[in-house]
Write a protein that binds this ligand. Structure first.
Ligand code: O7M
Length: 216
């Protein structure tokens, strides 16, 4: 049972709102990150809240525990429902994000391995497994693992077991939606939806595939 999560990496807040609104019926959550927040400001969170979808803050938080906690508190005060942090910073830094998330009744996801080719420089050789283990030990709600490498999702599943795996890299980065869906609790899709000639139609096509997988 995977969720369809839109990565709303657009710079124009008006257009971002238009895309989010037109796709909303097909989506389970929206992920907002630096591109939109830096161009539109944090107020965009409140602007999108009326769509009724969970909003995930993708700042890939990666600082010392005190700073991580300050960032996470700002994120949840702004109205987000979940936060994404890096795990290579270590136990205390990850715990600061998880604790803040849970204090607000929100969720925290830890990046275990990234989807782009360059990620192999550092995330291979067991590091991703160690980060996933840390995420579980820190009571994170789930991890991020690459749709571009389904075999790595399988390997990380054996570490995180029933915790959630959200997976970016579908479509534009080469990941295949149908192959990844049975492996994860959520797929994160950006350009394939918002860059389509008709984003709402593309989101509906993807949602139909997600629903097919849910009922199979
Ligand atoms: O579908 P795309 O390629 O246009 O966008 C993918 C989104 O997922 C985009 O917002 C990326 O920043 C994000 N992402 C990755 O593409 N790869 C990763 O390894 C991790 C993320 C991510 O969401 O991390 C939390």
């Amino acid at each position: 049972m995977a969720d369809l999560i839109l990565a709303l990496d657009l710079l124009d807040p008006m257009y971002a709102r238009e895309v989010a609104e037109s796709c909303a019926a097909s989506l389970d959550a929206i992920k907002l990150g630096y591109p939109l927040i830096l161009s539109a400001g944090l107020g965009v969170v409140k602007d999108l809240a009326d769509l009724g979808l969970p909003l995930i803050a993708d700042f890939k938080v990666a600082d010392i525990p005190n700073t991580n906690g300050l960032i996470a508190n700002q994120v949840f005060s702004a109205g987000f429902d979940a936060i994404i942090c890096h795990g290579f910073t270590g136990r205390d830094a990850v715990e600061a994000c998880v604790d803040a998330a849970h204090a607000y009744g929100g969720e925290c996801f830890v990046v275990a391995e990234m989807s782009h080719p360059g990620a192999l420089s550092f995330f291979s050789r067991g590091v991703a497994e160690q980060i996933a283990t840390l995420a579980v030990e820190c009571r994170a709600d789930g991890i991020i693992a690459p749709a571009t490498r389904p075999e790595r999702i399988r390997a990380l599943r054996s570490v995180v077991r029933s915790r959630k795996i959200y997976s970016p890299g579908i479509g534009t980065q080469g990941g295949d939606l149908r192959s990844v869906l049975p492996l994860v609790e959520g797929v994160i899709v950006g350009r394939t939806i918002y860059g389509a000639a008709d984003p709402a139609k593309e989101a509906a096509v993807m949602a139909a595939i997600v629903n097919d997988e849910r009922s199979s």
